[in-house]
Design a protein around this ligand. Sequence first.
Ligand SMILES: [Zn+2]
Length: 268
Amino acid sequence: MIRHSLPHNKTGLGYWYVVSQGKLFLPNDSELPRPQTLQQLELALDGTEMLCQIGEIDQLPCYLLQYQDRPEPEDHWHSARQFLMYGEQHFEHAARACQVALFLQTHKFCGQCGSSMHLVNWELAALCHKCGHRCYPRINPCVLIAVVNSQHQLLLARSARHKTGFFSILAGFVESAETLEQAAIREVAEEVGVVITNLRYAGSQPWPFPHSLMTAFIADYQSGELRCQPEEIEEAHWFDLDKLPDVPGEVTLSGQIIQQLVNANCRK
Ligand SMILES: [Zn+2]
């Protein structure tokens, strides 16, 4: 069992990210997270919790406290998405808290020999003292690809998994031994049958659902007719940049890239 003792700092003053089964505790969902002691959080502890420091904000520690079973009331537990409204810094720590919590939960035992794992005290890793197997929190890289054509149109698609969802730029997971650029080219070809060229890196964002790292590219259309892969894409179209459908908000990287392209088009 991976366990860390309570903070040496007696008061435990810091930012607390309390996680249970993928949800974060927020006593008041309209109030900005503030530094508190563990006592001020007024959460009952039964000794089965896991604790570790996951970063700092304004020189104060940020702690992850993980519960096996989520204490009541249920309406105080939220998705890390909720932290997007508190700004980048809090979202980043909420994202890390969720990912580290999942890591702790899924690395109690060694995947190689089955012995108990121990948390390394100088880096975020789990180590098996018997066979030396060491694990780090999993991060799945994903690519987002905004394809534009020579008529200033943007390629947007609606996922087959969310039929009522937004139109957005294309997205996919990076496969083993693939560069981000190769993944972007492959995903666009597979999902909509289009060949792209001239890829430009456009940014990245951690996305803790459950442990992705989004990386974005803008690319130019080269050739091919739109042909949707039925398992992945419900529909895909070229949209004029001044007449876009409902797209994701700017808290998401895809929303930011779309807005960046719209703004650049307005200046033309
Ligand atoms: Zn082992």
